[in-house]
Ligand binder design. Structure first.
Ligand code: MCU
Length: 434
């Protein structure tokens, strides 16, 4: 019966997709996976020093360059994104080093191993894989920490689950001066880079190995990431900092994750100093901003924007004020303005309209959109447009947080591509052989 259901679903998806089989322009890099950071060669001007930053209560203008002018074309976004990347590394998360000198490893349908060496230092880690039945190759969703993500729904949608243990790459419970894990074995126990970025580096190295494996078991060009709570913070940063990730799905991430650092006054979110002090999640440099986030030249709406135009499905919980769900909605709405300017407004979804208030519970409301996102961005068997479902209990107002407007950017950032091609869809055979 399971076999019939899956085949039926695939057929239904193809039939539904056929009506939408129109070639339309997207700026998505879906077809050209393979570049962790497309702006790596941009000439980014010297960044400001921490001491000379102006205070700005409102969210920084994501379209504004350091010289004060604004970008005007969609292709300008590549280097604007690079500027945002550099600013957020310097003041928020710490630097994410480029691909190390050597990355090797193995991929099977039950596990992935990763061996890294750089400048005479080496480390390794592994992750177990839980693949759907059938032959693959499968897209994969990296699940951080093993809770709060609906792994059954992920597999039923046709993607394998990569069980990633972030602590193998960046351990919690250490002082900032003695950070541990595979990242810090290479870059030093006193590296100022925080755990969230170390975790991001680890997932990027998994994708290196997937790419090098030739994509015969798990595809290297169809990767998603998700996780809840502290691992929602991680999923968010992981997706923002690797453009090979086609689908980013943070869940109930709280302070240091999706919510704007500036924070809605009185909301009751975990304070920045509490999050900064609880674990070395953020970079060491963030320590001088926990009491004055209005000095930050970047905020998390720009991390949302860094994911654009790729798939982003933010799940949040309106029932727990400590998570800062209103502040998270403002980040999503602010970042969505960049998606809109790039002509990809449909690619971001925010969903906090849920019943059960338990942190990281399995939520029926998210199963369908989760699977639609996987079908749109990973298996490419569907094309349901995303939309926002913000709970009225925790709805922030972007208008109160910005003094900039959204420009009409000219041009396009890539050539037209079909977003669904049933005849070559890899999941057709996957589902049929289940
Ligand atoms: C929401 O994420 C965190 C939160 O920031 C911490 O203060 C708390 O201790 O743990 C949460 C979490 O990761 O729960 C699983």
């Amino acid at each position: 019966a399971a076999r019939l259901t899956l085949v039926g679903l695939a057929v239904a998806a193809l039939v539904a997709g056929a009506g939408a089989l129109v070639v339309h322009t997207t700026v998505a890099s879906a077809a050209s996976a393979g570049v962790e950071d497309e702006g790596a060669n941009c000439a980014v001007p010297a960044l400001p020093d921490a001491g000379s930053l102006p205070t700005s209560a409102k969210l920084p203008d994501p379209f504004k360059k350091l010289d004060g002018s604004r970008i005007t074309t969609k292709s300008d976004w590549t280097c604007q994104r690079e500027l945002i990347k550099k600013l957020s590394e310097k003041f928020g998360y710490g630097e994410k080093p480029a691909k190390p000198q050597s990355v090797t490893g193995t991929v099977s349908r039950t596990s992935i191993t990763v061996n890294v060496s750089n400048a005479g230092k080496s480390s390794s880690f592994s992750a177990s894989v839980d693949a759907p039945s059938g032959n693959g190759p499968f897209p994969a969703v990296v699940v951080l920490g093993g809770f709060g993500a609906d792994t059954a729904a992920i597999k039923a949608a046709g993607a394998a689950v990569i069980n990633y243990d972030p602590y193998a790459v960046g351990k919690e419970g250490t002082p900032r001066t003695n950070k541990q894990g595979a990242f810090y074995s290479i870059y030093g126990a006193n590296s100022p880079t925080g755990l969230l970025m170390a975790w991001a580096w680890g997932v990027s190295r998994i994708i290196d190995v997937l790419e090098q494996s030739g994509g015969t078991v798990l595809r290297g060009d169809a990767t998603g990431v998700t996780g809840c709570s502290r691992f929602g913070k991680g999923a968010f940063v992981i997706g923002a900092f690797d453009q090979r990730i086609q689908l980013t799905m943070p869940i109930e991430s709280g302070s240091g994750g999706v919510p704007i650092f500036r924070g809605i006054p009185g909301e009751g979110a975990q304070s920045l100093s509490s999050a900064y002090g609880e674990q070395p999640w953020l970079g060491d440099a963030f320590g001088s901003f926990t009491g004055s986030p209005a000095r930050l030249p970047v905020d998390t709406h720009e991390m949302v924007a860094m994911v654009a135009p790729r798939g982003l499905f933010i799940m949040d919980n309106p029932h727990i004020v400590n998570l800062g769900p209103k502040s998270a909605s403002v980040a999503a709405l602010g970042g969505a303005e960049v998606y809109r300017a790039l002509g990809a407004g449909d690619n971001i979804t925010y969903w906090s309209d849920i019943q059960n208030g338990t942190h990281c519970a399995n939520r029926p409301e998210w199963s369908a959109p989760l699977q639609q996102n996987i079908q749109k961005y990973l298996t490419k068997t569907g094309n349901s447009p995303g939309s926002f479902h913000i709970s009225s209990k925790a709805a922030g107002n972007l208008a109160e947080w910005r003094d900039w407007t959204t420009p009409t950017l000219s041009g396009s950032t890539s050539s037209p591509s079909t977003s669904i091609s049933p005849s070559t869809s890899p999941s057709t055979s996957t589902s049929a052989s289940t």
